[in-house]
Write a protein that binds this ligand. Structure first.
Ligand SMILES: [Ca+2]
Ligand SMILES: [Ca+2]
Ligand SMILES: [Ca+2]
Ligand SMILES: [Ca+2]
Length: 242
């Protein structure tokens, strides 16, 4: 029994270290092109299936990401392989999860809990047009594009990966829909609920693969829990500036 507990705590401590986010004194240029400021950030993979089927091969989908922070933004850079880019629903608030989308889950104070129709956490579905949708308290989808800056580009050499950069503002647990909300100033040692996913569709009626950064424990066989429950997110810690 003691051995099992020890093994578990070792796994947890290695996850915590992997989730540490370094500070950048140079603001990231959100242009879909990498820069030297990213060199100090470690890559993390997106191997976990949350809905649909596994990608058929690495050309269909493969993803990894890295994070940095400063007082204004949590910065994310994703390196995405996707063979076919699809945006068949022109309304950015309609079935956005069935188009190709980068989905960033943020719980600014790691409060956890059900967030589907409140803003104790947000699930930003960023479409190929760089607009971000999520449900609001009125149980309708809204755009929250003003919470972030997003830009992506195909790399210019084979295999033409996508470099997708996002600067995300964090909001407090009491964020009010339609009110003037002030973003949080990010601070050292802040613990944030975080998860990343990619909705991959290459021409089907619905999303083909929903691949994520964290393994979600299924509820009645369903791993697609992130848009409902912030308890399934991972946790990241903002490292001291030094
Ligand atoms: Ca850049
Ligand atoms: Ca694909
Ligand atoms: Ca929260
Ligand atoms: Ca696709």
């Amino acid at each position: 029994m003691k051995k099992v507990l020890l093994a578990t705590s070792l796994v947890i401590s290695s996850q915590i270290m992997a989730a540490d986010v370094k500070y950048t004194s140079t603001p990231i240029n959100i242009d879909g092109v990498s820069e030297s400021a990213w060199d100090k950030a470690a890559w993390h993979d997106m191997p976990h299936l949350m809905d649909g089927t596994l990608p058929s091969n690495d050309a269909d989908f493969k993803g990894r990401y890295r994070l940095l922070w400063d007082e204004k933004f949590l910065y994310l850079q994703a390196d995405i392989v996707d063979d076919v880019l699809i945006d068949t629903h022109p309304d950015p608030t309609y079935k956005y999860w069935d188009d190709d989308a980068l989905e960033i889950f943020i719980d600014s104070d790691a409060s956890g809990g059900i967030h589907q129709f409140n803003h104790t956490a947000l699930a930003y579905h960023i479409g190929l047009d760089n607009q971000a949708a999520d449900y609001g308290p009125d149980k309708k989808a809204h755009l929250y594009t003003d919470h972030l800056v997003s830009n992506w580009k195909r790399n210019t050499t084979a295999p033409y990966n996508i470099t997708w950069e996002v600067a995300i503002k964090l909001y407090p647990n009491d964020y009010q829909q339609g009110a003037k909300n002030t973003p949080l100033k990010l601070t050292e040692k802040q613990v944030i609920g975080f998860m990343l996913a990619y909705c991959d569709n290459d021409g089907s009626e619905t999303r083909e693969h929903f691949m994520g950064s964290h393994e979600v424990q299924p509820v009645n066989g369903d791993r697609n829990r992130g848009f409902i429950d912030a308890d399934v997110f991972g946790k990241i810690t903002l490292l001291p500036k030094k």
